[in-house]
Design a protein around this ligand. Structure first.
Ligand code: LRH
Ligand code: MN
Ligand code: MN
Length: 390
């Protein structure tokens, strides 16, 4: 199989690939040690959307932007939606935020105090109102809830209260809306987290109903976790709702997807494709959840969506008939080689031609660098508040 004929066979399947961008990727971010400011950083939600639209213009891969509430709070969401559409993108997932308010020191949807639980529920109901105005499908919930010391909290009681709070939010979902529950094994709580793993997320969303699904953030697992196995299992159970893509070396690093471990990204995408999670009929949403602390943000996002596209192409190249035959005949090394042959196929030249044939820049990174957009935002975005989420 030459790379050219292999690529020609899968080229059509790259059409329509969509990777949602997080509005917060365009704001200044950092570690708990320092947030470095970057020239040209958006001063408003509109400027974040304009930057996301720029990523889409250069790649054709990012037609929607996720918002985080209250970071992206505005008075008129219908007007914001219209603004996004004027720029060639639409508003996507609404992410709730119950991790930056003093009231949530000991939890939000799991809190022992009914008043604080209600405050957290009301925040989610407000997010649903926003979704009605923006036409968004997904409400994504990630909770910082957890504890630091053994004995600090009643683990069982918190799980029960979580189920109750989620049920109240779920009841208010529109017919075409989904509740997407994201898990994370630790941080900011260090002893226990109330939604630490896919099994807990799966149990909670299954109790709610069909429109509740799981978000898999690739940075939210212990080192060495076989993430593609989780992808397979959630797809098999019909509960994989979305991805937050990023990459990590040590913890929840939020680095550029595919930068730390391109082979892991390939393996994940192979299982997505194998399990029916890719393509126009799939309900699995691809999203980035990243921060660009020291690199330029727009090129960081361009690089990220290109990495996902590149590993998708390689995963599509796996000769599934040959793989199945090798697996069924017990040909261990033959099966492994089929997978590795696809992984080692350099598709960059083919993808450049594919883009050019669709009126996109063959090299989006270079086209952006030469476009003058960065110089323009650096010159014009002065004064005001440079957005930061930490
Ligand atoms: C939590 C998380 C979650 C938040 C985002 C900013 O670590 O992954 O998705 O909404 O970071
Ligand atoms: Mn996430
Ligand atoms: Mn995270």
């Amino acid at each position: 199989m030459t790379s050219q004929s292999g690529f020609a066979a899968i080229a059509d399947r790259l059409e329509g690939q969509a990777i949602e961008l997080p509005s917060w990727a365009f704001g200044n971010s950092g570690t708990r040690f320092k947030v470095f400011g970057t020239a040209g950083t958006p001063r408003s939600v509109k400027e974040k959307i304009a930057d996301a639209a720029t990523v889409h213009r250069f790649t054709g891969l990012a037609p929607s932007v996720a918002l985080h509430i209250p970071w992206d709070k505005v008075d008129d969401y219908a007007a914001l939606s219209a603004y996004a559409e004027d720029h060639g993108v639409r508003l996507g997932t609404i992410n709730s935020n119950t991790f930056q308010d003093d009231d949530y020191k000991f939890g939000a949807l799991t809190h022992v105090d009914a008043k604080i639980r209600q405050k957290a529920i009301d925040h989610h109901l407000e997010c649903l109102d926003i979704m009605d105005a923006t036409g968004s499908r997904d409400l994504k919930i990630w909770l910082a809830d957890g504890s630091n010391y053994p004995g600090q909290a009643d683990l069982r009681g918190r799980q029960d209260r979580l189920a109750e709070s989620l049920a109240t939010i779920y009841e208010r979902l529109g017919a075409d809306q989904r509740l997407v529950l994201e898990y994370k094994f630790f941080e900011p709580a260090f002893y226990h987290t109330d939604v630490p793993d896919w099994g807990t997320a799966y149990a909670q969303v299954t109790a709610l109903g069909d429109r509740a699904v799981v978000c898999l953030d690739t940075g939210h697992h212990a080192p060495g976790t076989n993430i593609e196995f989780i992808v397979m299992q959630l797809l098999r159970l019909g509960k994989l709702g979305s991805f937050d893509f990023n990459s990590r070396f040590y913890a929840d690093d939020d680095l550029i997807v595919g930068a730390a471990d391109p082979f892991q990204l390939f393996r994940i995408l192979f299982e997505v494709i194998r399990g029916g999670g890719y393509g126009p009929d799939s309900e699995v949403a691809f999203m980035l959840d990243q921060c660009h602390n020291v690199e330029e943000k727009i090129p960081g996002q361009i690089r990220s969506v290109l990495n996902v596209q590149e590993m998708t192409a390689r995963a599509l190249l796996v000769d599934s008939d040959a793989l199945e035959a090798a697996q069924e005949s017990g040909d261990v090394l033959g099966a492994h080689q089929v997978l590795m042959d696809a992984f080692y196929t350099d598709v960059r030249g083919d993808l450049a031609e594919w883009r050019a044939s669709r009126g996109l820049p063959a090299d989006p990174m270079r086209a952006y660098a030469e476009s003058g957009y960065q110089a323009e935002i650096e010159a014009t975005r002065v004064g005001g508040t440079q957005l930061s989420w930490t």
